[in-house]
Design a protein around this ligand. Structure first.
Ligand code: ADP
Length: 272
């Protein structure tokens, strides 16, 4: 059984957190140029769930994911990954970055990108062995792009690039995955393939935190939702939290999409 870290300093678990809690965030504030973009954020993720982070543009969703990996400085707050600071658990965390944030002109092929996901296991200075290349190839197979293994990543379509990054996350065999808009600008077939992989990850006990934009698919894709707009507006099981009232509080007056969705639901109820 895993023991909790020593009850000292920033490693101290709180509020029902256990060593199995994939991610616990307390009082997190992040500011860029002294302008806060996350304010007093607290989250305790359940294990083995697909969790969506939803909120308007600029709400701080990407920043929250980056803060977990210590990629942005915190003004205040504590973050525990499986009961410890990220630096001690980084091997258990897989990251799928936003596609736009990646330099796709970097001269590597799809197989190289996936193999890089194994560096944590191989070690940066040790040679990549045939078995590692095999593992990478199998992951590409699983996401349906094995035939593109030797294609330069700049020559892949958006959906193929996204699948390649997902394959890289798969070979990492992490326990907590952080994904920044994996569904952005992918075709319907890729979206379906990603959903299947997320479900498979969940079935294997992984916890996946996904920044997501499409409100219509939230109830279908996620068990748990964090509604974010600088602060956590609501956080919990999708059925409890993903309500028109909470969405209104998250998006304010900007919610044409929700109005349409609510109206569509009403029409459906009237026609029954
Ligand atoms: P979201 O992912 O919800 O769209 P972000 O976390 O990307 O939101 O951004 C939150 C806010 O922080 C936005 O106003 C954005 O312009 C700003 N921001 C993001 N990254 C930086 C940065 N590196 N420097 C300054 N401001 C930033």
């Amino acid at each position: 059984m895993n023991s909790l870290p020593a009850a000292a300093g920033s490693s101290r678990p709180e509020d029902g957190e256990t060593a199995e809690s994939p991610l616990s965030i307390y009082d997190l504030t992040v500011a860029y140029n002294r302008r806060p973009v996350l304010w007093d954020v607290g989250v305790n993720l359940p294990a083995g769930r697909l969790v969506g982070i939803v909120g308007p543009n600029g709400a701080g969703k990407s920043t929250l994911i980056k803060a977990v990996m210590d990629l942005v400085p915190r003004a205040s707050g504590r973050i525990h990954v499986f009961g410890e600071p990220y630096r001690r658990q980084r091997g258990r965390v897989g990251y799928v970055p936003q596609r736009e944030s990646v330099d796709w002109d970097f001269p590597v092929d799809a197989l190289d990108v996936v193999t890089m996901g194994l560096y944590g296991q191989i070690g940066w200075c040790l040679p990549v062995r045939r078995k590692h290349r095999e593992m990478a190839r199998e992951a590409l197979e699983r996401v349906g792009v094995a035939d593109l293994a030797h294609r330069q990543i700049s020559e892949l379509s958006g959906g193929q690039q996204q699948r390649t990054f997902l394959a890289r996350a798969l070979v990492q065999d992490a326990d907590l995955y952080l994904m920044d808009e994996p569904f952005a600008a992918v075709d319907a077939a890729t979206e379906r393939a990603i959903v299947d992989i997320l479900q498979d990850m969940k079935a294997r006990g992984k916890t996946v935190l996904v920044v997501h934009h499409d409100l219509q698919t939230v109830p279908e894709y996620f068990d748990h939702v964090i509604l974010l707009n600088m602060r956590v507006v609501a956080d919990g099981p999708t059925a409890d939290v993903f309500t028109p009232e909470n969405l209104q509080r998250t998006y304010g007056g900007r919610l044409t999409l929700l109005d349409e969705a609510t109206e569509a639901m009403r029409r459906r109820e009237r026609s029954l």
